[in-house]
Design a protein around this ligand. Structure first.
Ligand SMILES: *Cc1c(COP(=O)(O)O)cnc(C)c1O
Length: 387
């Protein structure tokens, strides 16, 4: 049956990696609360010997995420940062990484404050500019780290173009696909070597779990990451894996609503007389719109914008919403509003932030799955009351 049609995304989301429990027939993957497994004879086991090394609930999630990203191998971690750190731990002292200058604040922090101390070097460049990427590559460069859409400015990086550029130089490409999710964008099919996730966000989808994952199609890379997963040990617990596995089942449905709501909110803000600038890849004015149309199924649920007037107004506005909650994080069913300069991106020095275009007045929205009319009315009242 070689010409069998591959299963669609939603079917894989519901079924991949999951089989009825062989012991009981339970249709949902059990939460195996165990740290070890009984061996019939020394060194003989059913694929599970110790739960840091291998765990059945985790394995189901790893297979599910690999299937969603179109990769062969998935590995889960205790957080997105643990996943990111494990990827960097495949490198050695002296190696160089080229990283986008508009990435998650915690990524910037772990690269500069932790891994630099171990002799790795990092260059932060605008990865939307292929010439800047090319200029930053040195003979020691081993990895290019991309986030797209970027956080919090929602710029679009051309994944296929970056991969084509660096592939000939033996440089690997990792894409943090947290903002887009595999429903909207599959970096491995565009030439990336690794996909990294904070499953805390859209994959979990309900703001009730912290987790991370790495997916690859490269067996050698997978082996070294799997070795590190066990050797370093930043593994997720079984209940956390269960929650993410529950989340991915509705990923496609949720993302469709996130995208529809975000499009309506972005269009509304773009027309609002008090709003100076809206960053949303689905707006006709967005510079990366054509690339986004090519590499994404839709434009996602994240928006950032600036009000006319001062920073203090932005702070007042962010505190005045009633449906949007003022909080870090993103990707849950509920809408969140944040002020990157003082919240998610506070760990990036101000001059670095400004260089990347992240102004003190920027507000970020994670648009949830509520009714779009309520979200728009809430933003309008918050803008009006912040005057
Ligand atoms: C949240 C986030 C991370 C870090 O993930 P944690 O699960 O919080 O450790 C990394 N990248 C992006 C894009 C994120 O939004």
């Amino acid at each position: 049956m070689t010409d069998e049609k591959p299963l669609g995304f939603s079917t894989r989301a519901v079924h991949a990696g999951q089989e009825p429990d062989p012991a009981t027939g339970a249709i949902m993957t059990p939460v195996y609360l165990t740290s070890t497994y009984v061996q019939p004879a020394p060194g003989k086991h059913k694929g599970f010997d110790y739960a840091r090394t291998a765990h059945p609930t985790r394995l189901a999630l790893e297979r599910n995420l690999a299937a969603l990203e179109g990769g062969k191998f998935g590995l889960c971690f205790a957080s997105g940062m643990a996943a990111t750190s494990t990827v960097v731990q495949t490198l050695s002292s002296g190696d160089h990484v080229v990283c986008g200058n508009d990435v998650y604040g915690g990524t910037y922090r772990v690269f500069t404050k932790v891994f630099r101390r171990f002799g790795l070097s990092f260059s932060f460049v605008n990865v939307c500019d292929l010439k800047a990427v090319e200029a930053a590559i040195t003979p020691s460069t081993k990895l290019v780290w991309i986030e797209t859409p970027t956080n919090p400015l929602l710029q679009i990086v051309d994944i296929a173009a970056v991969c084509a550029l660096v592939k000939t130089k033996g440089v690997k490409v990792a894409v943090d696909n947290t903002f887009a999710t595999p429903y909207l964008q599959q970096p491995l099919s565009l030439g990336a070597d690794l996909v990294v996730h904070s499953t805390t966000k859209y994959l979990g989808g309900h703001s009730d779990v912290v987790g991370g994952a790495v997916v690859t199609g490269d067996a050698a890379l997978h082996e070294s990451l799997k070795f590190l997963q066990n050797a370093v040990g930043a593994v997720p617990g079984p209940l956390d894996c269960f929650l993410v596995l529950r989340g991915t089942k509705t990923l496609a449905l949720r993302m469709e609503r996130h995208c529809d709501n975000a499009r309506r909110v972005a269009e509304h803000l773009a027309r609002h007389p008090e709003v100076a600038k809206v960053h949303y890849p689905g707006l006709p004015s967005h510079r990366g719109r054509d690339i986004a149309r090519r590499q994404m199924r839709d434009f996602g649920g994240m928006i950032s914008f600036e009000l006319k007037a001062d920073v203090y107004r932005a702070l007042r506005m962010a505190s005045s919403c009633k449906v949007f909650s003022l909080a870090e994080s993103l990707g849950g069913v509920e809408s969140l509003i944040g002020h990157p300069a003082s919240m998610t991106h506070g760990s990036i020095p101000r001059e670095e932030r400004l260089k990347a275009g992240l102004t003190d007045g920027l507000i970020r929205l994670s648009v949830g799955i509520e009714d779009a009319d309520d979200l728009i009315a809430d933003l309008d009242q918050a803008i009006a009351s912040s005057k």
